[in-house]
Design a protein around this ligand. Structure first.
Ligand code: LHQ
Length: 262
């Protein structure tokens, strides 16, 4: 595996660390493929029950590596749609469709597609010093990697529009206050807190958590009536799991449940 994304597994948590710190973890093609491979591994391996995504060094990710897409080196305009369709969209879909929790620890600046990859995670914690920047407008682009969708769904059009048009940085605390992310934590507490959360989720009822993820995602684009049916169907599946039985028996026996992810 490429060293542009480090990976390690501990107690069911796959930690993926974007690793081009000298370029604030800006994405190259190699890094895109490495990140995709990491999430594919999380899909394929039943022993992985949660993913923790973070960045090495002082930034989370500055988005696409602009040196890699230098217009001075090409006689014809680039097809950025190809880059988005080939690299960003499949990875973001994989992250969203993964039936296991994906936690993001935003350790520093998250800009452009880097910000939006963070927002595509299920639970986002950010260091107090981190900031989120929709920097696309500074280079003549619009948001990608699902950013326009997440901004509008979480913030509403007024805030989404201003952030996208101005490219003004949003502090971690403001992002939390506005509901763009789960929470901002002191810098020194970020990884401890994110790892504890990921470990707790990895020890949880994975099948039920995966169904919960699907329900919450679907609710944003669903009618109330359709969502009621979806909840019924989801509960039917969850009710057949060994972890549901274990959860109820543990409650009745007044002990901690031992979930196995099945
Ligand atoms: C970088 C980058 C970077 C290369 C910092 N690339 N080196 C999709 C399809 C295809 C093409 C285009 O894009 C997309 C999606 C996108 O992601 S578009 C948005 C691309 N990202 C940006 O426009 C952000 C550019 N970076 C910045 O605005 C700043 O670096 C931020 C605000 C992220 C951080 O600022 P500072 O903390 O002041 O750090 P810095 O600017 O000094 O950067 C540190 C180093 O990282 C520096 O390298 P150097 O060799 O001079 O030390 C930067 O050149 C490099 N770097 N972002 N995207």
């Amino acid at each position: 595996m490429s060293d542009t994304v480090l990976s390690s597994v501990d107690q069911g948590v796959l930690t993926l660390t974007l690793n081009r710190p000298e370029k604030l973890n800006a994405f190259t093609d190699e890094m895109h493929l490495a990140l995709r491979a990491g999430f594919q591994r999380a899909h394929d391996d039943v022993a992985i029950r949660a993913v923790l995504l973070t960045g090495a060094g002082r930034g989370f990710s500055a988005g696409q590596d602009l040196g890699d897409r230098d217009p001075r080196r090409s006689a014809t305009p680039p097809d950025l749609g190809y880059t988005i369709g080939t690299f960003y969209n499949p990875t973001v879909r994989l992250m969203r469709d993964l039936p296991k929790p994906v936690i993001c620890a935003v350790n520093g600046v998250a800009a452009g597609a880097g910000a939006n990859i963070a927002l595509a995670c299920d639970i986002v914690l950010a260091a107090g010093s981190a900031r989120f920047v929709q920097s696309f407008s500074k280079i003549g682009l619009g948001p990608d990697a699902g950013g326009s969708w997440h901004l509008v769904h979480r913030l509403g059009e007024a805030r989404a529009m201003a952030l996208a048009l101005t490219g003004e940085p949003l502090s971690a605390q403001m992002a939390a206050d506005w509901g763009l992310i789960w929470k901002a934590v002191p810098d020194e507490a970020l990884m401890v807190e994110a790892q504890a959360l990921a470990s707790a989720l990895a020890a949880g009822p994975t099948l039920g958590l995966g169904l919960t993820k699907q329900l919450i995602q679907a609710a944003g684009a669903s009618s109330f009536d359709a969502q009621l049916d979806r909840e019924r169907d989801s509960q039917r599946i969850a009710g057949h799991s060994a972890d549901y039985a274990e959860g109820v028996v543990a409650f009745l026996e007044k002990r901690k449940p031992l979930f196995r992810g099945r």
